[in-house]
Design a protein around this ligand. Structure first.
Ligand SMILES: C[S@@+](CC[C@H](N)C(=O)[O-])C[C@H]1O[C@@H](n2cnc3c(N)ncnc32)[C@H](O)[C@@H]1O
Ligand code: SF4
Length: 363
């Protein structure tokens, strides 16, 4: 049963130096034709299932103007939302206004994810962001004024010339916002980005590891549970939507370059604006054999710090997780830990977790 939806809004009012997501400069006429195409895709593909998590990401959904957001919420009315549906929207500090916050509230949005990325003016400039930390504080206060409690902020660290002290200041600033969810990402210098063209450098690996340890230590000691490689939350504020991905559960992805996982298939939408408007939505279909499904379940499930619940795994896939791949060996080597209920990656190996996950890539 599919009960989650991701919607991609590929517009931004400013293009950041590190970003290789599918996005375009905001353009009024393109937004209008995109929303029409999005509505068509949803009409064609959505089968009226009840939706428990809905996530509007991008791009920058908040870069849309008020009347365009109204149109988007009109489209979203097509979904049968569960009464306790977790409904997230991604925002940028500079494009979020009081009117948009009110509109979010009226339309049952109950979780906000804000790209803060850094709180240091020098690094914000390096990342090509247009806000400052003062603006972040004002917009978080405004969200709280309208009773938005479930807020995430994103941080990027490991920037060229960044020191441990710089990072410490960023974390302290984020902690001062008093929001229940923080995501932290080590900078990836992606191809086709301005940083790549300008030959930006990665920081030293040892420093990256020190930074990772500082983040986990500081956030853990302030009551944030490290529940996924890059994600920390106060109790009960884990992202239900993202847990759908890590639990290998089904979801629809609508919009440009959105991914879907539906029974026995993973789909990838086109990233061509022209094809999308032409209703040629799906670009790639991966037909999944039983082995592929198990491989995804392990690779995604071990991203969670608590790991995979053995009983749930058996109930879902009718196979004992201990019998798969070289799991028993990895337990002997203490790379995986076998508790009474779960199998998880040893906490001191989370940083190099990819070396373990490679064991589960199917042929
Ligand atoms: C779709 S973006 C967030 C939404 C919004 N467009 C924004 O930038 O504020 C998701 C997050 O991924 C992270 N991210 C994007 N590109 C990255 C990169 N090259 N390296 C590390 N983290 C990255 C950023 O923290 C970003 O906020
Ligand atoms: S990081 Fe966010 S705001 Fe910046 S270009 Fe990418 S999607 Fe747009």
């Amino acid at each position: 049963m599919i009960s989650s939806v991701y919607i991609h809004i590929p517009f931004c009012s400013n293009i950041c130096t590190y970003c290789n997501f599918t996005k375009f400069f905001y353009d009024k006429s393109r937004v209008s034709s995109y929303l029409d195409a999005l509505e068509n895709e949803i009409i064609k593909r959505y089968q009226k299932e009840e939706i428990k998590t809905l996530y509007i990401g991008g791009g920058t959904p908040s870069s849309l103007q008020l009347e365009e957001l109204q149109k988007l919420f009109q489209i979203i009315k097509k979904f049968k939302l569960a009464s306790n549906c977790e409904f997230t929207i991604e925002v940028n500090p500079e494009s979020l206004t009081e009117e948009k916050i009110k509109l979010f509230k009226e339309n049952k949005v109950n979780r906000i994810s804000m790209g803060v990325e850094s709180t240091n003016p020098k690094f914000l400039k390096y990342l090509g962001r247009e806000h400052d930390f003062q603006l972040v504080k004002e917009k978080i206060d405004l969200l709280k004024k309208y009773q938005f409690k479930n807020i995430n902020v994103d941080l990027i660290y490991a920037l060229e010339n960044e020191t441990i002290k710089d990072l410490e200041k960023d974390i302290d600033n984020l902690l001062s916002l008093d929001v229940p969810h923080i995501s932290t990402y080590s900078l990836i210098i992606e191809e086709h980005t301005k940083l790549h063209i300008l030959k930006a450098k990665n920081i030293d690996e040892d420093l990256d590891y020190e930074m990772y340890k500082l983040i986990t230590k500081k956030l853990n000691s302030h009551g944030y549970k490290h529940y996924e490689i890059s994600n920390f939350s106060k109790p009960f504020y884990e992202s239900k939507h993202n847990l759908v991905y890590w639990n290998n559960d089904y979801y629809y992805g609508f919009g440009l370059s959105a991914a879907s996982y539906i029974p026995n298939k993973r789909l990838l939408n086109t990233s061509s604006f022209r094809k999308y408007l032409n209703q040629e939505y799906i670009e790639e279909i991966e037909e999944l054999r039983d082995n592929d499904i198990l491989s995804y379940a392990l690779i995604l499930g071990f991203r969670k710090i608590d790991g995979i619940n053995k009983k749930d795994f058996y109930d879902k896939y009718k196979v004992d997780i201990l019998s798969l791949y070289n799991i028993k060996e990895l337990i002997k080597e203490k790379k995986l830990i076998n508790t009474t209920s779960h199998i998880k990656v040893s906490y001191d190996k989370i940083y190099v977790e990819n070396d373990i996950l490679i064991n589960f890539v199917g042929e």
